[in-house]
Design a protein around this ligand. Structure first.
Ligand SMILES: Cc1cc2nc3c(=O)[nH]c(=O)nc-3n(C[C@H](O)[C@H](O)[C@H](O)COP(=O)(O)O)c2cc1C
Length: 184
């Protein structure tokens, strides 16, 4: 069973994190960490608390638990997804400050040359944001914007969320049946 880290930070779009968690639950070992703002957004946008992210093969952390297993490179993971990724977290990961568990876990994933997928939600982007994305990309991360397509018959908000989550699952190497491959 693969082992992934799912980090939820304080950008709009926590529905992507919930959908990704639902799609991975029971199929992978999951380590879920949320920033304080991420927890607030979960409540504001979905009426959920962090306890939603529980179950067999799931470990949940708050952001201050800097000595968690996922803070060490010796704890193998198959990758990490920061979804949604706030511009604050993007900037702090890009600068390598590692002041909290989300940032430290991402720092570890990058230094160990594992897969880091960052799913930003902001518009428009400033020059600073764009420079931070370039830094992350050059460090080996994949920047996968929460930018759904509309070309496969998407009708509902769930369809649009699934579009982005399917992209993430594909990148994690996990089979997905949320969105069929495009056929002309
Ligand atoms: C209601 C609300 C919505 C927000 N949406 C976004 C967003 O979409 N993108 C973003 O980069 N920041 C957004 N922010 C700002 C971040 O939450 C803020 O910069 C925070 O310090 C990020 O902290 P974190 O990176 O530790 O989660 C939002 C804040 C609030 C209160």
């Amino acid at each position: 069973m693969k082992r992934f880290i799912l980090a939820i930070t304080g950008a709009s779009g926590v529905c992507y994190a919930k959908r990704l968690f639902d799609a991975l639950k029971g199929r992978a070992e999951l380590h879920v960490v949320a920033s304080d703002r991420g927890i607030e957004l979960l409540n504001l946008e979905l009426g959920l608390s962090l306890s939603y992210f529980s179950g067999d093969q799931v470990t949940v952390y708050t952001n201050s638990i800097i000595n968690a297993s996922i803070a060490s490179g010796s704890f193998y993971t198959d990758g990490m997804v920061v979804v949604p990724a706030s511009m604050g977290t993007v900037g702090r990961i890009a600068s390598g400050v590692s002041t909290c568990l989300v940032e430290r876990a991402a720092d570890v994933v990058l230094k160990e040359k594992r897969k880091l997928i960052v799913v930003p939600r902001e518009t428009p982007f400033s020059t600073i944001h764009l420079k931070n994305f370039l830094t992350l990309d050059q460090a080996g991360a994949l920047v996968l914007p929460a930018s759904p397509g509309f070309y496969s018959g998407q009708k509902t908000m769930d369809d649009l969320v699934d579009f982005v989550v399917a992209k993430i699952l594909n990148q994690l190497g996990m089979e997905q049946d949320l969105v069929p491959p495009y056929q002309a």
